[in-house]
Design a protein around this ligand. Structure first.
Ligand SMILES: C[S@@+](CC[C@H](N)C(=O)[O-])C[C@H]1O[C@@H](n2cnc3c(N)ncnc32)[C@H](O)[C@@H]1O
Length: 952
């Protein structure tokens, strides 16, 4: 019904650009740049959400799914990059003017992409391609666009007969629907969680609300802030009589353990300001069991000691007497065998008998000129503290009733929510805030509530309150640093960790957090739903792009979200009566067990039902361990989808460092189509098809990588090869008559594999095996699987891969079960293979024994160690010969002799193969970061030379 009669429907069977290629390196660099912008990221201003996807990645994915691939992949790539101003000319145009004045175009183009864009605007912030670029784009695509939304519209018309409709059923912080709307799609987002719902709604209706709405938001927020400021000033709770205003309050927990006759304060460090060299010291006060803080500036030498935690009164979960470091009490024991007293709703500060007391120990003041000063609180400050408490108490009940401050209890037994209850006795969300914090945030909420007249204004107020609660809570760590000292936000990590000392932000520094926007932008069209379980969605979309909560990478969204929901609570329910103001933990997809798989299959079946036959899906997931993706592949297969491509974008780490491999966290983008029909597959026919597809995929990537900056790294090749395998498998509705879904859920004994898993694993094997390290093509077929694994692992190591997960994943592909004996280090981000000499040190060589008389006994020979994965491997003897050569002072002779003795007559037929392998190994020492190979490489080269010239 949507089809336009004259439109040219995109011929079926033509793959989308993203099904053939994706500019991984450039996109990773752009994603990283966007991430690094922190508050400059378009959506972060609206509020905290965990793991928002970079907008550039969303934008790139949508166009990649809409743009057809031609038979000229290089041209496709050029055009695709041009559309985003990510081609060389576009990047130059985006580059800040100042840079253009300093640098010549050619020199700029010669820089690595990641470096170039440090000087440029982000693609989302520029107007777009130039007129001549549009002419090229249109010529290639047969379109007539002058702006990105027009192009999106035309491509959508051609494929679907209407403006493309993009949906996300797990929309979280809203990146996907927001960006889809911004580039001209009809956007739809939904999420189970109301906190996510508010963020997504706000991204479309406030940030995307157009000038009028945005000005209204800015106006009401500013009015509320001014009113709150007048009130705070009138109360006199943040000003002192020196004309200064408070800029930060530092609080700490105090304890008086048994056997100690004074209360002492707890903190893992008493450094207050690194740049200003300010620390807190504690003194006894005659006749009192309370200590007195002194805030002092110290010498560099002493500062260094404080940085090394001098005087810390908490270390290793023990409370340490500040005057006798030899005396300490375990924190757990202090909490007592019964645990702490549980706070009740009306507790705002600890009661006198509580184990953990609280006190203000330092205030940072700022004067009219912006000069800052740290001081211990004096009597007037303490009187102001008391006044704050009184003011709050006067309002407490009413504010709770009106939903201006939280009143909900913290759910017990949660993974994350249990910590505040157990470690502080805090049973209600408002216990996570000091009296001052509740008073200031509540006041802002109250002022904006009194001016808000509609849903836009209420939402703006709630988002502002949400941001304040993240930036001023008992869970805000005080961070000292050379650049500046400041309070961190609660969710600088993904937990609810309680602290011994913390920062409270007064109103003045909170201004920045309060404002959710400061400029206007065009109006967007988009629709969002909240409190919708993805199983129950009824919307139809042409493209579904989802980022499901997945396995171990998943954040406990529902638990963490409750922190904000506690503040939104009653007002949210009033403003959005159709939303369920509850995180509905029981419906949240999580974990990785059977339940998780069932809900995922159900959800993706539902989404697949709600898309046209020529629609596409992208499933994104962030992974630390690449092994998880294959599992997800099975789930999607069972849901009626077939995989058509997979790419990894490094969204979290510096793109320049990608090739070095350290700490890379990638987002895998799995592209899928609906499996129409249920074509049967047969196990024995699948393998050759997989082999062809894998080879084809790798060859096409290599062709794109031939010139210029490499786009793909090893992990990319491997993933693409796996995806190719999955592509073949998932096109079938059943294999040898067996139904996929049935297989996914069949009950099996532990470690028992289904045939399907076996196929996937063999397919992975083919994938791995197709990636023959350059230079080893001739000897590859002769090698055993474990030998291939060792060499391929060395190959990735020489390119800087250090993630242990990659080495394990590779092992899976080669069917190697135990890689420990081959690894020098199995640190999570420092994996390395053993060198020949390293093997000797690790026990590959045993002294004496064997039938090789010619070898001096003191040197030993390769141990027979039957349990070693290299047990019967010629490569092992070769490595041993290398290490013999390296250890000998008389050249390659002992090594060569060892090989001749070991292989007897067989030596001659193996010799050429040995030379090839040795030459390959010798080159390892030249690779960056392979210093450990330098000595062995030299020995390898000498041995290779000797073998090459050997004569019978
Ligand atoms: C990884 S996050 C999505 C992040 C999002 N793509 C972004 O850029 O901000 C996963 C989301 O799935 C939601 N979720 C979990 N179970 C759900 C269910 N059964 N139905 C709908 N949403 C669910 C969570 O609330 C969470 O927001």
């Amino acid at each position: 019904m949507f089809h336009h009669p004259t439109c040219l429907i995109h011929p079926p069977g033509v793959p989308a650009f993203i099904e053939t290629q994706f500019p991984i390196a450039r996109l990773s660099a752009e994603s990283y740049k966007e991430r690094k912008a922190n508050n400059g990221q378009t959506l972060t201003r609206l509020g905290k959400w965990w793991g928002r996807k970079p907008l550039i990645l969303v934008r790139a994915s949508i166009l990649g799914m809409l743009m057809p691939a031609s038979n000229n992949p290089k041209k496709d790539r050029q055009i695709y990059l041009k559309i985003f101003t990510m081609d060389d000319a576009g990047t130059w145009d985006r580059c800040k003017l100042a840079m253009q004045r300093k640098t010549k175009r050619a020199a700029f183009d010669a820089l690595p992409y990641a470096e170039r864009i440090t000087h440029s605007e982000r693609p989302e912030n520029v107007i777009g391609p130039t007129e001549s670029a549009w002419a090229e784009i249109n010529a290639h695509l047969g379109t007539s666009a002058t702006r990105l939304p027009e192009l999106i519209e035309q491509l959508g018309q051609r494929t679907f007969g209407h403006t493309p409709r993009v949906g996300d059923s797990f929309c979280g912080g809203g990146s996907i629907p927001f960006e889809a709307a911004r580039i001209g799609c009809e956007a739809f987002g939904s999420d189970l969680n109301p906190v996510a719902g508010l963020l997504t709604w706000a991204s479309l209706n406030l940030l995307g609300g157009g000038k009028e709405v945005q000005e209204e938001v800015m106006r009401v927020q500013a009015e509320a802030l001014q009113a709150a400021d007048r009130q705070v000033t009138q109360w006199g709770i943040e000003h002192n009589d020196r004309g200064e205003r408070a800029d930060a309050y530092l609080y700490c927990v105090e304890v008086k353990p048994e056997g100690c006759d004074y209360f002492f304060p707890l903190a893992p460090s008493w450094l207050a300001g690194e740049k200003s060299k300010v620390v807190a010291r504690w003194h006894r006060v005659a006749g009192s069991d309370r200590l007195q803080p002194e805030i002092v500036v110290v010498s560099d030498t002493e500062l260094k000691l404080y940085k090394e935690k001098k005087g810390a009164t908490v270390a290793d979960s023990r409370a340490i007497d500040p005057f006798d470091a030899g005396r300490s009490w375990s924190i757990e024991a202090l909490r007592g065998p019964e645990g702490l007293r549980r706070w009740t709703n009306d507790d705002v500060v600890p009661r006198p008998g509580d184990v953990f007391q609280e006190r203000l120990y330092c205030i940072r003041w700022i004067d009219a000129e912006g000069k800052r000063r740290y001081a211990a609180p004096d009597a007037a400050d303490l009187a102001r503290e008391a006044k704050v408490l009184t003011l709050l108490r006067e309002r407490f009940a009413e504010w709770q009733r009106e939903g201006l401050i939280p009143s909900k209890a913290i759910p017990e037994n949660g993974d994350k929510t249990d910590e505040p209850i157990r470690t502080r006795g805090w049973t209600h969300w408002h216990h996570l805030f000091t009296a001052r914090q509740l008073l200031v945030i509540g006041l802002l909420g109250q002022q904006s509530k009194s001016v808000a007249t509609n849903v836009v204004e209420v939402a703006a107020s709630l988002l502002g309150v949400g941001r304040l609660s993240n930036w001023s809570s008992r869970l805000c760590r005080w961070h000292t640093g050379l650049a500046h000292d400041k309070g961190e936000d609660v969710f600088s990590n993904q937990a609810l960790n309680t602290l011994f000392n913390y920062c409270c932000r007064p109103l003045k520094p909170l201004r920045v957090s309060w404002a959710i926007m400061d400029e206007t932008s065009p109006k967007l069209a988009g629709d969002s739903k909240t409190s919708v379980d993805a199983r129950d969605l009824r919307e139809t979309c042409d493209l579904w792009i989802t980022d499901p909560p997945y396995a171990d990478a998943a954040v406990n969204y529902h638990e963490l979200g409750d922190f904000f929901l506690a503040w939104y609570d009653k007002q949210l329910a009033k403003a959005f009566p159709e939303w369920t103001p509850d995180a509905r933990a029981e419906l949240a997809v999580r974990g990785d067990g059977e339940d998780f798989r069932r809900s995922m299959v159900e959800i993706y079946k539902n989404l697949t039902r709600h898309m046209p036959n020529n629609g596409l899906q992208m499933v994104m997931f962030t992974h630390q361990d690449p092994a998880v993706w294959a599992d997800l592949g099975m789930i999607l297969w069972a849901a009626g989808l077939k995989a058509t491509a997979a790419w990894t974008i490094s969204t979290e780490t510096e793109a320049v460092g990608i090739k070095k491999g350290n700490y890379v966290q990638g987002t895998v983008c799995l592209v899928l189509r609906k499996r129409v029909g249920a074509e049967p597959g047969f196990l024995d026919e699948v393998y050759p098809l997989v082999e062809d597809e894998v080879k084809h995929q790798i060859a096409s990537m290599q062709a794109l990588d031939e010139h210029g900056e490499p786009n793909f790294n090893d992990a990319d090749y491997q993933l693409a090869a796996y995806a190719a395998a999955l592509k073949v498998l998932t096109q079938y509705g059943n294999l040898d008559g067996r139904d996929v879904e049935h297989e996914v859920f069949a009950v099996r004994a532990k470690n028992e594999k289904s045939d399907f898993q076996a196929v996937i694993e063999r397919a992975l094997g083919i994938a791995c095996d197709t990636l023959v390290p350059r230079g080893l093509d001739n000897s590859w077929r002769e090698l055993s699987l474990v030998e291939r694994y060792y060499l391929r692992a060395l190959d990735i190591e020489s390119r800087g891969e250090r993630r242990q997960g990659m080495y394990e994943e590779l092992a899976r592909g080669f069917g190697v079960t135990d890689i420990k004996p081959l690894l020098k280090s199995d640190k999570a981000n420092g994996a390395r293979m053993l060198t020949p000499s390293g093997f000797a040190a690790a026990g590959l060589a045993q002294v004496g024994g064997g039938n090789v008389d010619a070898l001096p006994a003191r040197r030993g020979r390769a141990s027979s160690g039957a349990s070693h994965p290299f047990a019967a491997s010629p490569l092992r003897h070769l490595l041993f010969a290398v290490r013999e050569t390296a250890a000998a002072d008389n050249g390659p002779e002992p090594g060569r002799q060892y090989l001749r003795d070991t292989f007897g007559q067989g030596y001659w037929s193996k010799r050429d193969g040995f030379v090839g392998l040795l030459e390959w190994l010798a080159a390892l020492g030249n690779a960056q970061g392979m210093n450990e190979w330098i000595a062995d490489s030299a020995a390898t080269r000498i041995l290779a030379g000797r073998l090459r010239n050997d004569h019978a």
